[in-house]
Structure formats: structure tokens, C-alpha cells
Design a binder for this molecule. Structure first.
Ligand SMILES: Cc1ncc(COP(=O)(O)O)c(C=O)c1O
Length: 389
């Protein structure tokens, strides 16, 4: 039996806030945060040794633990601060010719839409945001709509494993499989996947994959990985040219040298991955995650009924993880977010995506039904008072 009260006490979050926005920046449990501070303390006791170790032991140990967790070779991933950084490495170096197309969806994360727009503009390539209509009716419908954007000029696909504002689990397994059969490079934005849904890079046909450890794996902020399949590693230059380029003492891997070896930076967060994995193991995380998914799903229709909308997808594990997005109508999304926080002490994002606005709640170990009931009451009260929805 998991003691959820005890588990809740393991987090550092303010007890007076109903925290329903784990998905944005995660939340780090006390033992993992302690591990982080221990690394930082060690750094300050002997900065030279610690920083010189950048390409050596400690990062290697952390990469090995992460690689075992996501099922890949430890030399096929490097740590970076965030998924946008990882995709910038890729987009900047990608060999695109004028007219080449990158097939994506219109559900992608804003910073990465911007990244692809920027580099595609430079290379005169085209970033295709293929529309996926909402509500999604099935996995098959997503796949069919996605491939309608495919042309003879498509060279690359880029797709989220779990989307940001719509909180949808996309069928990337099937889409990558089909893309490889067409000879395309497959790039997956798995920012939300590790620690959230099962992730096996040895089976997924992604040539490039980025996942944030500081979200659902619960490490401190600034811990993300970039995985690149061996065959493609030499295609990508460092986004920051530093000591790993023309390395004085090259390691066995140019990929590691280019993307891992930098000057002065505090990479303590990267080292906390083993502690985060240990925390999840110790607390039977598969069971915790199942309970969270059940809570998400049991409440989704109820919220949609309250605001007079419909879920963005079928309510099942194929489409949803530990978060969901309720379509709402409001002319003032930012004010609504602030109002939830200031008036009700509820941290819940109100997300604008194209013409849509969503109230997205995420559920983690420290949440329970009472948190969602509090949100439900707040939504009902705001609606009763006026025009916010
Ligand atoms: C789908 C998705 N991709 C990527 C990111 C990356 O975020 P960052 O801005 O930290 O790079 C996020 C963050 O929430 C996200 O939701």
C-alpha cells in the first residue's frame, strides 16, 4: 500500500497551493533536491576537479542510469538544459535543401514551432504544421490526418510524444515506423514522456528524441536529454562551440565531445538522474502513475460537462497520461490563470493554442480528488458569477 500522505510530504511545494500544473516544470522531491544540493556543494569545495570531470566519470554514471531507464546505449545520449535546446542542436545542423519539407502537426509546442520556423526560413525549407482536428476520435484518425501532409518533398518528421496545450498522447510508435518505411528522418519531442509513460528507445523508431528529466522524472530544473541514433550523430554540430570542438583530448565519441564538453557551467542537475530513478523505484511509481491516470480520466468528462465542452480525445490510456485539457471559452486567459491563483490558490494553466483555449490539469503523486474538487468548485463559482467561460 502506498502511503500518499507520506509521499505528499516528500515534495517541496507550498502546502497552501493546490498545485495542478506539474506538467509545466515538474516538482522535485526532497531526497532528489538534496542530491542536487550535495552535488553543488561538492562543486564548490573543489571547482576545478568537479568541472574538469565534465566529460568523465560523474556524467557518464548519470548517462548510464538514464540510458538503462529509457533503453538505449549510454553513448547515444547527452544532457542539455531543456528540450528546446536539444531541438536547436538538430534543426541548426540539419542538411535541408531549398523546398525540403518537415512534416509536423499543428499541436506542437510554441518554442519548437518557432525553432523550426527560424531554421526553415534560413534554409528556405518548409515547416508543415499539418492540422489534426479536435476532438481527436482515435489513434487511426490522427495517423491518417498526419500523413495527408506528406509530399515528395518531405524529408523529416517532427512530432510530440505528448502534446503541450492539448495534453494528447500521439501515436508516435506507428508514425515513426511508417516514416522510416518512407526513408524519412524521425524526430520526436518527448518532453513529457520519461517518467510519465513507458519509453523504450530501442523499440521506438526515432532517430532523434528529446525528453525532459525535470518534468515527470522529477529531477531539478535544467535536466533534459538528447538522444541521437548512432548513424546520425556525426551530422550535428555543437550549438555552442566550445572545448569539445577540435577537442585537445578527444574521447571515443565526437557526439559526446561536441554536445557535452563545455566551459564553466553547473551541470549538477544532470547528475541527479540516478537519485530521481531511485526515488521512483522506491515509491513504486508504476502504481502511483496508474492512480494518477485514473484520477485524470475519472474527472475529465465531469469538467467538460461543467463548462459545456467536450474532451479533446477518447478518455483512455491510448490518448491520455497524467494530464488533460478542457476546452474553455474565455476572452481573458491570462487573467483567468491569475484569478485561480490569487483568489483560489490554485495553480492551473490556462493555455491558448491557435483559436483554442484550454484549462489543463496535471495529476502527480501529491494530488488527490479533493484538489480536483476544489478546482471544480472554483470553475463553477467563476461561471456562476459571469462571463469567464
Ligand atoms: C511538448 C513540449 N515540448 C517541449 C517542451 C520544452 O520546454 P522548454 O521551453 O523548457 O524547452 C515543453 C514544455 O512544457 C512541452 O510541453
Amino acid at each position: 500500500m502506498i502511503d500518499y500522505k507520506e509521499l505528499k510530504s516528500q515534495f517541496l511545494l507550498r502546502p497552501d497551493i493546490t498545485y495542478l500544473n506539474f506538467a509545466s516544470f515538474g516538482a522535485c522531491p526532497k531526497p532528489v533536491f538534496k542530491d542536487y544540493q550535495d552535488w553543488q556543494l561538492l562543486l564548490e569545495t573543489e571547482p576545478v576537479h568537479f568541472i574538469a570531470d565534465q566529460s568523465l566519470g560523474r556524467l557518464k554514471t548519470s548517462r548510464e542510469a538514464l540510458a538503462a531507464y529509457v533503453h538505449c546505449d549510454a553513448d547515444d545520449l547527452v544532457y542539455v538544459t531543456n528540450p528546446t535546446y536539444a531541438i536547436n542542436i538538430i534543426a541548426k545542423s540539419l542538411d535541408l535543401q531549398e523546398g525540403d519539407e518537415i512534416l509536423s502537426t499543428d499541436l506542437e509546442y510554441g518554442a519548437l514551432d518557432r525553432t523550426w520556423n527560424y531554421y526553415c526560413r534560413q534554409k528556405k525549407a518548409k515547416y508543415v504544421r499539418q492540422p489534426i482536428s479536435l476532438p481527436v476520435t482515435s489513434k487511426e484518425a490522427i495517423i491518417e490526418q498526419f500523413w495527408k501532409g506528406y509530399t515528395a518533398k518531405t524529408k523529416v518528421i517532427f512530432i510530440s510524444h505528448i502534446t503541450s496545450s492539448t495534453a494528447l498522447r500521439l501515436p508516435v510508435e506507428e508514425i515513426c515506423e511508417m516514416a522510416k518505411a518512407k526513408g524519412l528522418l524521425t524526430i520526436v519531442d518527448g518532453a513529457h514522456a520519461p517518467g510519465h509513460i513507458p519509453l523504450d528507445l530501442s523499440k521506438l523508431k526515432a532517430d532523434v528524441y528529446t525528453g525532459a528529466c525535470h518534468k515527470w522524472m522529477m529531477t531539478p530544473k535544467g535536466n533534459t536529454f538528447l538522444y541521437v541514433k548512432k548513424d546520425f550523430q556525426d551530422r550535428f554540430d555543437p550549438v555552442i562551440v566550445s572545448w569539445g570542438y577540435e577537442a585537445a583530448m578527444p574521447s571515443h565519441s565526437r557526439f559526446l565531445d561536441y554536445h557535452q564538453m563545455q566551459g564553466t557551467r553547473d551541470f549538477s542537475a544532470f547528475l541527479t538522474t540516478p537519485a530521481a530513478i531511485a526515488f521512483m523505484k522506491e515509491h513504486n511509481w508504476e502504481q502511483v502513475a496508474r492512480r494518477c491516470r485514473e484520477l485524470v480520466q475519472a474527472n475529465y468528462q465531469r469538467f467538460c460537462d461543467l463548462v459545456g465542452s467536450t474532451p479533446v480525445c477518447p478518455i483512455n490510456d491510448d490518448c491520455l497520461g497524467q494530464m488533460c485539457s478542457i476546452p474553455i471559452r474565455t476572452p481573458h486567459p491570462q487573467q483567468l490563470h491569475t484569478h485561480f491563483f490569487e483568489h483560489y490558490k490554485i495553480e492551473v494553466p490556462v493555455m491558448v493554442h491557435g483559436p483554442h483555449v484550454f484549462l489543463r490539469y496535471s495529476i502527480q503523486a501529491f494530488n488527490d480528488q479533493a484538489d480536483l474538487d476544489r478546482l471544480y468548485e472554483a470553475v463553477g463559482e467563476i461561471m456562476g458569477r459571469g462571463s469567464c467561460f
